[in-house]
Structure formats: C-alpha cells, structure tokens
Design a protein around this ligand. Sequence first.
Ligand code: ATP
Ligand code: MG
Length: 182
Amino acid sequence: MRILDISKVQAGHYELNALDEDIGPILESCISAIRQQAADKQIVLNLTVAPNLPKVHLDVTTVQSIIHELLANAIDFTEPNGTIEVEADREESNVVIRVEDAGTGICEDDIDRIMLPFEKGKNARSGDYARGGLGLPLALELTKLQGGRLTLSSVEGEGTTIRLIFPAAASAAAGRHRPQTS
Ligand SMILES: Nc1ncnc2c1ncn2[C@@H]1O[C@H](COP(=O)(O)OP(=O)(O)OP(=O)(O)O)[C@@H](O)[C@H]1O
Ligand SMILES: [Mg+2]
C-alpha cells in the first residue's frame, strides 16, 4: 500500500535496511522487472552505468520501488515507439541516477503540485481513475529518507527528466579525501 508507505515515512516509522550497494545491478533489476510493460508499447529502455561508480548506502528494495515509480510514469507518458534512458553517473561525491523520457512532458503550472499526494497533472486523462497520484510523492519521500535528493525537470511537449542524487557511501568518499600522512 503506497499511501501507507507515505504515512510511515512521514511518521518516522518506515524501516530501512541500508547497506553499501552498487547501483548498476539495482538498475538492471528494475529495468528487467518492467521491460515487458515497456515492450507492450514498443518502448525501448536503455541503461548506461558509468564505470567504477562508488557504492551508495541505501536499501535495495526501497530504491527499486522508487525507480519503479519513475519508470512506470515514463512509460505511461511516452508515446509508443519511444525511448527511455536510465543513466547512472558520478558527480563530485555523489552518484546521480537519471530517468529521462521524451514523452508528453508536464505543464509548468503542474510541476510543484504533482509532487504532493493524490495530485495528477493535466496530461493525465480525466477518466484515468487508475492513477492515484502517489508515485512521485512516494519516490520523493523515500529518496529523502535515504539521504538523497530528487529533482524533476520537464518541458511540455518535450519530455521529463528525474534525477536522484545520492551521496557516495562514506568509505568511498573518505578514501578519496583521505588526508596524506607523512
Ligand atoms: N514522466 C512523466 N511524464 C509526464 N508526466 C508525468 C511524468 N511523471 C509524472 N507525471 C505527471 O505527474 C503526475 C503525478 O505522478 P504520480 O506518479 O505521482 O501519480 P500518477 O502516475 O498519476 O498515479 P500513480 O503513480 O499513483 O499510479 C502524473 O499524473 C502526471 O501528470
Ligand atoms: Mg505514477
């Protein structure tokens, strides 16, 4: 129950089992889990993971839920025969995951509102009762809970990019910044 998960996070009762993890295999598992849904719309999912990424301290199941929500949205709002890019890269001491689609995009007036529970954008068909308006708020809360940030940028008619920014796991960051001893 996603609404229950949001409530748990807000009440401080959501339990994480975080370990230092490689992001590549996590993204691969997310993509294979949803590949059929994409294939049904002839949508191609591409994954690019930069080499030698530092590990990230996170809960695998929770990150899979976050990525699932983002991919489900990207597939829903992309026309058949489209392409969705998932990328993981290092930016300074962070690992950044990008989910980018070239779908409908989101109207500027909707962008702040859709991060709130139960809110849908104008691009969601009014009769689409299957949409709960819960995916993005849940992804946002679960990302913050793990010390990450979620940013959304979108241009109506061009597409949407979500970035998840996680600090590299402490040991990796510490290794790179270890002061020299003489
Ligand atoms: N990749 C995207 N492209 C275009 N619009 C998007 C995208 N992701 C989200 N949106 C807009 O944001 C709204 C909220 O997304 P959110 O995932 O929170 O809910 P939902 O997809 O409508 O319903 P649910 O995820 O509960 O099934 C969507 O209804 C849609 O208007
Ligand atoms: Mg959704």
